[in-house]
Write a protein that binds this ligand. Structure first.
Ligand code: HH2
Length: 283
């Protein structure tokens, strides 16, 4: 059964894994571009992910893959218009993946309840105020630079400490604009201005991010670092690596998983949670 939003916002205390299914209404996303640009195909896929056990559907109309070009708010809204309200009416929690307050406002008006802002409120100064007025939950993600340039030689002295420091600062900024800390989720931004070793350090040190006192979301699904480890060049082949990354991050304390392959990840968490519960009961 799907989790409620308050359960998801409390998941860092309970350890319950929540699965966020990705719905990209874009022509150019790195792994599923063009597949769901047609509104009927997009809504069908959202319903499919809901039936497979998704707790949240994250809808985006602008790719943020390395090197991607920006999409105007008007064009994002045009892509979302026939999709987002229909997904809301399917009865699932909807999250809007955008850095534009204008797009977020359209989505919140249509019933979305989470703003997934990969710029953590830096792109649009109106974003946090909007989320505060609407009582929306907000995902604050770390990114070094911007999508156009972020994979050009990213460097850190201590990636875990720097990402944690950034997220702490953005939590304060959100709070300063009226978004209660209890409505925020933090995300290390796997693949956003990170080399393989940075992604692995972050996935292996979720406990450090949990010290911020908020649930940690991980978006490792089908990403390039998995291919760098396995040699798989086609994103859709990276499902086993995605599951491993999710389970490893869950062991470290992450509880929200943004994925393309909902059925497979839900099955993995069903088994892992049952083992975890049996272990704790000592049966
Ligand atoms: N990754 C992508 C997009 N949005 N949001 C959060 N919070 N965390 C992530 O890791 C994250 C995200 C990139 O993946 P995808 O949507 O599949 O690709 P594209 O940006 O090309 O549409």
């Amino acid at each position: 059964m799907s989790a409620r939003l308050d359960e998801i916002l409390n998941s860092h205390r309970t350890g319950r894994a929540a699965v966020m299914g990705v719905l990209n209404v874009t022509p150019d996303s790195f792994s599923d571009g063009c597949k769901f640009l047609d509104p009927a195909a997009a809504v069908h896929h959202a319903r499919e992910m809901l039936a497979q056990g998704a707790d949240i559907i994250d809808i985006g109309a602008e790719s943020t893959r390395p090197g991607s070009d920006r999409v105007s708010p008007a064009d994002q809204i045009a892509r979302l218009r026939d999709v987002l309200p229909a997904v809301v009416s399917a009865g699932v929690i909807v999250s809007i993946d955008t850095t534009s307050a204008q797009v977020a406002e359209f989505a919140l008006d249509a019933g979305a309840r989470i703003v997934n802002d990969v710029s953590a409120g830096r792109d649009d100064p109106a974003m946090f105020g909007l989320a505060a007025r609407r009582g929306a939950a907000v995902v604050l993600m770390h990114m070094l630079g911007d999508p156009k340039s972020m994979q050009k030689d990213p460097a850190y002295r201590d990636v875990v400490a720097e990402v944690r420091g950034f997220l702490a600062e953005r939590l304060c900024a959100a709070e300063g604009a009226g978004v209660p800390r209890e409505r925020c989720i933090v995300d290390p931004g796997i693949g956003f201005g990170k080399r393989l070793e940075h992604n692995l350090a972050l996935l292996g040190n979720v406990a450090s991010l949990l010290e911020l006192g908020r649930p940690v979301l991980v978006g490792a699904s089908r990403k390039r670092f998995i291919g760098e480890l396995t040699g798989q060049t086609t994103p859709a082949d990276r499902v086993p690596g995605t599951i491993s990354a999710c389970l490893a991050a869950w062991r470290g304390g992450a509880t929200i998983f943004r994925v393309h392959d909902v059925a497979e990840v839900v099955a993995a968490f069903t088994v892992a949670s049952a083992i975890d519960t049996a272990g704790r009961c000592g049966n």
